[in-house]
Structure formats: structure tokens, C-alpha cells
Ligand binder design. Sequence first.
Ligand code: GLN
Length: 278
Amino acid sequence: MTRRAADVLREAVLRLRPVLGEGGARDARLLLAYALGIDAGRLTLVLQDDVAPEVLQSYLGYVDQRLSRQPASQIIGRRLFWGREFLVNCDVLDPRPETETLIELALRNAPPERILDLGLGSGCILLTLLAELPDAVGFGVDVSVAALRVAQKNAVRLGVADRTDVHQSDWFSAASGQFDLIVSNPPYITAAEMGELDPEVSHWEPKIALTPGPDGLESYRIIANSLDRFLAKDGRAFFEIGYRQGAAVCKIFQERGFDDVQVFPDLNGHDRVVQIRR
Ligand code: GLN
């Protein structure tokens, strides 16, 4: 028996909403559009049509995946960041809107020539900057080879692969030379906060990208220890931070001799990015 898209959607909403709240209704639409191979914005136009059996089967599979709390972005395999589409899977952090604050700040200044991103993940930070700054070249590192594969594919998709150099590296270990812009969204969630995360994050996103252990500050200590060597004169560094970490992270860099350290809020007004100027 063929079924109308509107009925299929209604049933999926009834299954997802009790588990996911209003987000469940949104994801039901998003996943149906994906199963149909159309833009989510066009879904309303086909709701009176019948859904082919194979499409219905895929859709019910996606709804089950979502019910197991897999993020919609991982089911679809994509996520929008700064207006561009990034491939994502469970090997990388899902690019988040708060991280766009870092992009905005980094683009405010004179365009850099050499950019270093510590902890590439999907590559959303470095590759967005390279796409916005056609004369810049980028060096991106991640300790996870699986993440580097995703970042490399994204570099190709965004047309910046010829200006992107990607390496496996434990923080600065594979980097050489100096950079006028250094960026990172390092793991910063504390051990205590890890227990409070939604299952979408704690079960499906890579733990290594989320937390550096106990107080959430270890990544900044490691970066601060070597920043002096890799940040060019007059260069700037931007690091994403947890919203309660502003003072502690500033102190870590100040103790290493950086006296131009500033904290900026995200669009929700929470402390989110630390800027360091040399
Ligand atoms: N740079 C990537 C991002 O911002 C990955 C960060 C990470 O893995 N901690 O999404």
C-alpha cells in the first residue's frame, strides 16, 4: 500500500516528539526531505504525493537512528557552518553555531597569510577561513587520522585543498615555522560536565574531541606552552572556550607572558572565544 508523505510525516513526528520535544518535529521533516532527496525547504510542496516504498523504508530507518539519539547531522552526513556544507560523521565534532563567533573575530583583522588550526575535526574552522581568505594558506592538524580523512574531503569539496596542508599531529608536534593566525576549538568540557551531556553528544561524538579530562583546561595549558614559538610577531590566536572558562584561560596565557589577552562572547552572550595578540 502506498502512503502519502503527509501521513508518513505525521507518524514520524508522533514517534520523535515524545523523545526529542519540538526538535523532533523539525528532524522528522529534515529526514523526510533527505530520504526524498529534496531540499528541506521544498518538503511542503510534495506532502500530498505518495512516497515510494524504498523511500519509505529508508525514512523509517533514519527515524529509528534518530530515536537512538544519533544526531540528525550524522544521519544526513552534513552540517551547515558559516553558510557552507561540511561532511560530518561520528569521527568529528558536529560544527556548532558558537564556533562561528571565532570565525567572525578572526576575519575582523588584516587578512593572515599563514593559518594554523590545532584540532581540525571536520575542518570547519580552517577551511571556512581559507574559503573566505583566498590568499591564505592553511596548516591543519589533528591527532585523529579518521578526523583528518573527513577534513581532507571537506577541503576538496570547498575547493581549498590546494591551499590546505593536513597532518596527523599531537598539537604542535608536526608544525613548523610561524603563523600569523592560530586557531583552535580544543576539547574543553570538564569531567563533571561530561556526565550532563545529551546522548546525541556523549554517545555519538568523539570523546577525544570533547574533553581533555578533569578541569577541562589541559588543552589550553599545552597550547600556551608552545604558542610563543609558533605565533608570528603581530600575529593573533583565537581559541574557543567553555562559557565558564574565560578567567582561567586568560590566566594560563598571561602566566606564559602574553599580556594582550581578551575574552569575547558568543551570540547568546556567553564567554566563548579568547583572543591573544603578540
Ligand atoms: N575544529 C573542529 C570544530 O571546531 C573540531 C574541534 C574539536 O575536535 N575539538 O568543530
